[in-house]
Design a protein around this ligand. Structure first.
Ligand code: FDA
Length: 315
């Protein structure tokens, strides 16, 4: 019932401006949000970054925002990233060469969905951020959004990689096209973050069941592990986590040639356990005031999250 009925409704709510406005006003929502988002300010996220680095983890930071329809908001997002990157560049880890610092970008926050020249504006904005990150010793990965944005995003990533080969992107195993995308990016030596996928998608483009998505994930994982790139295994699923280690061992991949990635607030003990065993583990940390869409996608991933949220509203 959760997967087939509730999940699509929750994900539709992720796109509702009306529900977004009332949720952002509710203090009780804010308390539940704190599990997934350490705060709204740069100071909050810098504290979370230092804690994660001290715990042996690498970080990827997302300044929250998506679906911008206002060019000045896209420009403000670029400014926020430049300030964040400058602050990250002052951390001792930025000069270590160990690539422990990364930012994650959403192209729709940088203007991709603007009615005129959206893709061009998003590419220019992403390029400005990539150049600053390169200078500061910070990596960049471009997040994946709904399937209608994929072709443009991958074109932008290909263009950025000509100047900044370290720019990576996310591929979503639930999309039927993704195995082919994995082949291309594995061959070209890209940094690829493989995740299952978090948006409501029609069966014409996405596998409709968890079992099919998991099978696709394992096929994609193998393609990436065999390739020349840097696979980033973004999953909290124990089966996927074990398969990643086993595939890397089987293919003689060095431990520093791929990494695990998980979201802030989810399976934190497992993140630290893997890091303590010597694996590379990166935690994705979002911050900012535009947490609504991100938060609702996390609710849609696990029935217990929704129960917890509804109980906190009731009490
Ligand atoms: P699955 O959903 O099967 O969960 C496995 C187990 O993990 C659960 O049983 C539970 O224990 C735990 N778990 C998972 N989600 C949880 C939650 N919300 N709360 C509590 N426990 C939870 N998606 C996308 O479409 N575009 C993107 O750019 C990204 N980026 C991204 C970056 C990183 C670093 C990660 C880890 C994930 C993403 N995602 C994403 C989200 C991804 O597509 C997917 O929705 C979630 O990671 C959940 O899938 P799992 O692989 O964890 O497995």
């Amino acid at each position: 019932v959760f997967d087939n009925t509730l999940r699509p409704i929750i994900l539709a709510a992720a796109r509702s401006e009306r529900i977004k406005d009332s949720s952002q006003r509710l203090n009780v929502t804010r308390r539940v949000v704190e599990r997934f988002v350490p705060g709204e300010t740069r100071t909050d996220v810098l504290t979370a970054i230092r804690d994660s680095l001290d715990g042996g983890l690498s970080v990827s930071i997302d300044f929250l925002g998506e679906d911008t329809t206002d060019e000045s908001q896209a420009t403000a997002t670029v400014e926020a990233y430049l300030e964040l990157i400058s602050a990250m560049g002052s951390l001792p880890e930025s000069g270590s060469g160990a690539a422990r610092l990364e930012v994650s970008l959403k192209l729709t926050a940088l203007g991709q969905s603007l009615p005129e020249h959206g893709a061009k504006i998003a590419e220019e904005n992403a390029r400005t951020i990539a150049a600053a990150a390169h200078e500061a010793g910070v990596l960049v990965t471009v997040d994946a959004e709904d399937h209608t944005t994929v072709d443009e995003r991958l074109d932008i990533v290909r263009a950025l990689r000509r100047d900044f080969p370290d720019v990576g992107t996310v591929l979503q195993a639930y999309l039927r096209r993704t195995e082919d995308d994995c082949v291309e990016f594995a061959e070209s030596g890209a940094r690829i973050r493989l995740c299952k996928g978090a948006y409501a998608e029609p069966p014409s483009v996405a596998y409709p069941t968890r079992a099919l998505v998991d099978e696709s994930y394992l096929r994609c994982l193998r393609i990436l592990m065999k390739g020349n790139g840097y696979p980033m295994v973004a999953s909290h699923d124990p089966v996927i986590i074990d398969a990643a280690r086993a595939t890397a061992d089987e293919l003689d991949r060095a431990p520093d040639s791929w990494e695990h990635q998980m979201l802030y607030g989810i399976r934190a003990d497992e993140q630290r356990r893997l890091a303590a065993e010597g694996a590379r583990v990166r935690v994705y940390i979002p911050y900012g005031t535009e947490w609504y869409g991100y938060f609702v996608r996390r609710l849609a991933e696990k029935p217990a999250n929704l129960r917890f949220f509804l109980r906190s509203l009731a009490g």
